[in-house]
Design a protein around this ligand. Sequence first.
Ligand code: GDP
Ligand code: MG
Length: 183
Amino acid sequence: MRQFNVVVLGAGGVGKSALTVRFVRDVFVENYDPTIEEQYHRPIMVDGELSSLEVLDTAGAEQFTSLNEVYIKVGVCKSPGERCSTTSRDAPSNSLTQEVSLKEVESLRKQIFRIKGSESVPIVVVGTKSDLVSEREVPTTTIESLASRWNLPFYETSAKRNWHINDVFEDLLRQMRARYPPD
Ligand code: GDP
Ligand code: MG
């Protein structure tokens, strides 16, 4: 079974942990410790093929830390003995339904391309907390047009309601399989 690495990036509080934990454990965590940085793994069946996803839920208020740079470049395997592929390193930018986090997505995208030295990096842009309808600041059309200008897939998700969480990771996996075909 092939293994692929995913890095969840985005500003603090946008819902990275909730998204990750919903995907790997299928529960909604209301108050996940914002300082916890954790790598999870989960098998996932897509298009009749089973793969293993290593999902790194990043933490820390500082978005552009050197640590992030390392994550984007080589990936991190925390449990000893685990094989850590450096080529299937992939990063979804994680956005919130907050105006300010859009800028974050743009910076992340540039940072990812710079660090990877390539623009053919599997990325999915995620809008989180779509259940918080009354608190929405970013119209769907705004981010949709941004994402399409960037040529990146975009999903609006809710970890709370379990909306489109799997779509994010399935899309990433398809992109990663295409980008990194087996030897
Ligand atoms: P992180 O700092 O990016 O990891 O953000 P968290 O996952 O810890 O989420 C920050 C806050 O947003 C927490 O209070 C979560 O309960 C809340 N949150 C995260 N995802 C959702 C969601 O899909 N819906 C709602 N209503 N709240 C969410
Ligand atoms: Mg978190």
